[in-house]
Design a protein around this ligand. Structure first.
Ligand SMILES: [Zn+2]
Length: 211
């Protein structure tokens, strides 16, 4: 994690970075040719991503592919349920502070297995290894407002969005990132990838939770 990496930052504005990402997803779902990197792009010595993505480990959500991006474009952190523990936070802090990415996106996805597992009755969870139980506990706070009487599919969809939005708020209020957000040098956005359509939809901001 050498500080020397900072000199390679792309100086892209947060809005531009978000636009580039969403346009890439448009290329992915559309008929436009998928971009291919030259060998030279792969040989770049320093990192210069224009966005950091906190995504789920789910094999159906390969981050670079769904945004139609190539080598050195995205700094990707993937963990089941796109949760934020100390290691994920440290990785995103590194991307923002040292690589100076102007955008962090928290990317949930439809039919997330980790979110679905967090919604099953608590007694079922005790059959899982301790580490899995701990991971699911990190999703629990996002489920607090759930309507328990709603059908499971509906609850999963709401929980996917609530989990991503909650993490966005957590990141925005985190001391190392808060100043960058306030100075409009860093945008932190939540989004959901739809497994069926391939589209990424931005989630509404939940600024009211920031105070
Ligand atoms: Zn998932």
């Amino acid at each position: 994690m050498a500080a020397a990496c900072t000199s390679r930052a792309r100086n892209m504005a947060p809005d531009q970075a978000l636009q580039e990402l969403m346009q890439g997803n448009g290329r992915f779902v559309g008929a436009a040719p998928v971009r291919v990197d030259s060998p030279a792009a792969r040989a770049i010595e320093g990192q210069a991503p224009f966005a950091a993505i906190l995504g789920c480990s789910d094999a159906r959500v390969p981050v670079e592919l769904i945004f139609n991006q190539g080598f050195n474009d995205l700094f990707v952190v993937r963990v089941a349920g796109n949760i934020i523990g100390p290691n994920e936070l440290a990785s995103l802090q590194y991307a923002a502070l040292h690589l100076r990415v102007p955008l962090i996106m928290v990317l949930g996805h439809t039919f997330c297995g980790a979110i679905t597992a967090a919604l099953v009755p608590k007694e079922e969870r005790t059959k899982e290894p301790a580490a899995i139980q701990r991971l699911l506990q990190q999703i629990d706070p996002a489920l607090a407002q759930m309507d328990a009487s709603a059908p499971l599919a509906e609850r999963v969809a709401s929980a996917v969005a609530a989990n991503a939005q909650r993490i966005v708020v957590q990141l925005k209020t985190e001391s190392a990132l808060r100043r960058l957000v306030r100075d409009k040098r860093l945008l932190i956005a939540g989004a959901v990838y739809d497994l069926h359509s391939g589209r990424v939809a931005l989630l509404p901001e939940q600024d009211q939770w920031c105070h």
